[in-house]
Design a protein around this ligand. Structure first.
Ligand code: ITT
Length: 196
């Protein structure tokens, strides 16, 4: 059974292939006619469903999409769904991270709690949809460390570890990450809805 993952990010495609072994996972690079779906929702679930539904409608294939971000407690959960464009420059990881650090510069270290969240959505061409969530709790550090990962990884330390997620190998991060957790929670739902 073919499943379309609504992303052009090869890392996400590889991760979902590992978790949904047995399914034929393809990415949007095989569907150049499908353009980017605007993430206009106000929650991770809104955006994941928007993308999964639109891509399933256009492709005629069961489709999976995810939306994720970093939620900082003293900023009332921001940048949240705006994580990729917090600085106003979409996808500029360095600018987004610099702005966030500036915004928490006066906050005591023990108040720098935060979590990554990911919502993964599965939509069928019929319109039926299901979602699953993954969360990774932790705290922020002011001095970026590590060169792995992307986005806010150099300033995020998960609970139970002293390393930032940028100091972990890809496998170590996948095993605990919000995205890994959301995709693994979605796997039984995919099997239930799509297994022959
Ligand atoms: P798609 O094309 O697949 O939609 P995207 O760039 O919009 O990918 P996400 O929705 O997955 O990326 O993530 C939104 C932002 O949240 C991302 O640009 C980062 O700033 C942040 N983020 C999400 N997951 C992260 C992670 O595992 N490590 C660090 N930052 C992350």
């Amino acid at each position: 059974m073919r499943i379309l993952l609504a992303t052009r990010n090869p890392g996400k495609i590889a991760e979902l292939r590992r978790i949904l072994a047995g399914f034929d996972i393809v990415g949007l690079e095989e569907f150049p006619e499908i353009g980017d779906v605007a993430e206009t929702g106000v929650t991770f679930e809104d955006n994941a469903l928007l993308k999964a539904r639109e891509v399933a409608r256009q492709s005629g294939l069961p489709s999976v999409a995810d939306d994720s971000g970093l939620c900082v407690d003293v900023l009332n959960g921001m940048p949240g769904v705006f994580s990729a464009r917090w600085s106003g420059r979409h996808g500029d990881d360095q600018a987004n991270l610099d702005l966030l650090l500036a915004q928490v510069s006066d906050v005591p270290d023990d108040k720098l709690t935060a979590h990554f969240t990911c919502v993964a959505a599965l939509s069928l061409p019929s319109g039926e949809s299901r979602v699953a969530e993954g969360v990774l709790p932790g705290h922020l550090v002011r001095a970026p460390r590590g060169s792995g990962g992307f986005g806010y990884d150099p300033i995020f330390v998960p609970d139970g570890d002293s390393r930032t997620t940028a100091e972990m190998t890809a496998d170590e991060k996948d095993a605990i990450s919000h995205r890994g957790r959301a995709f693994r929670a979605l796997a039984p739902i995919v099997h239930e809805l799509l297994a022959p």
